[in-house]
Write a protein that binds this ligand. Sequence first.
Ligand SMILES: [Zn+2]
Length: 423
Amino acid sequence: MTPGRRWLGVGVVITVAVIALALFLGRPDPRVLPVDPTNHFTADFGETSSLYSGVKYAFWATATLLRWGTLIGLLVLGGGRVLTTIMGRVSNRSSVIAFGTMAILLAVLALVTLPLSYASGYRIEHAFGLSTQTRWAWLLDYVRVRGFWILVYSAAAAGFLAAIGRWPRRGWVVAAGAGIVIAVFGTIAAPRIIDPLFHDFTPLADRELESEIFELGDTAGIDIQRVRVMDASRRTRRLNAYVTGIGATRQVVLYDNLVANAPREELLLVVAHEIGHQRERHVTRGLISTFPGIVLGAWALSALAGWRARRDRMLDGPADPAGLPLLWLAVSVALFLSSPISATISRRMEAQADWISLELTRDPDTFVAAERRLAEINLSWITPPEPVVRWFYSHPPVLNRIGMAEYWRTVREDPAPSSRSAD
Ligand SMILES: [Zn+2]
């Protein structure tokens, strides 16, 4: 078989496996009853929320195409070589040239998409009453967050090229191993080292509420360990909560907006959902679910770098940083194409956490009230098209979540009071 045919075969097998996996994982949840949207949301809200979501997706799609277009343009015009030549004047060390080339490349992409990010992240958020930021605060955030990730990705790119340069045949194994170690370390360190770079976290001021939260954890048989409140209101009116960290760094984080605006029983319901994540070890399982992607990605990128180096005489081997625009384009497209898998894994975990929150609180009315409040304030799309859900949604759409509470009612809530004591 010619190498071209073999690659085609590998591509087809991976594509079919990915689609089969996404379809298998994405099969409808039997624990969801159909829900009439008009019972929960006004037609006006339905229109506003679909307008908001439609505009946000349109901006996202435009920015993605612009990013890919810029990378293709750089590829065609030999931009990678221009960047390495600039870096070659700064240093003659290959790791510095690789780091600098990637950093400039990512800075160019951040600059090219800045107007779209500004329109989507600042103007539209304000137009729909979600943002609480000033223009300059938004811009400072953009620079800080992008700057941080540019440093991280540039270091990763330099490390990857060093590995495949040092060990041309098996360098990808070293890169994959290092990638997994970094993912594990990053997940453990995130709550204490990475997140505090961008947000302030404080203990819960309401001690009574805190002890109720810990009691709820005891009921679920888990040690909550730590609850922190994030200063989200400096940026947004959105309500949210999440779990993060592994082992000693494990914690539940509540948005200050949620603590300030949600009634106590709804707040506890949200916490019960986060307890569900902790009990099922979703952070650890989510981390492990990225390992096959890291290994496959390292192998595919190494193969792509080798293929290009054999074809393109301008490149000085697979580890030449001038090849980075193509590699980054491949990473970006692969992340987009694998999105249905990561989104589906996430949606299943979220549904599981919802179910546990219902089992723990046994209060479907509060569950529905909390879902409605979150959807209304966060402008959640009430009736997103199924393909959008499958491709992008990390959480089940709000009507599915309400539908799960309705299902829970039918199987757990006994209509006859006499039999309730036997439950
Ligand atoms: Zn969740």
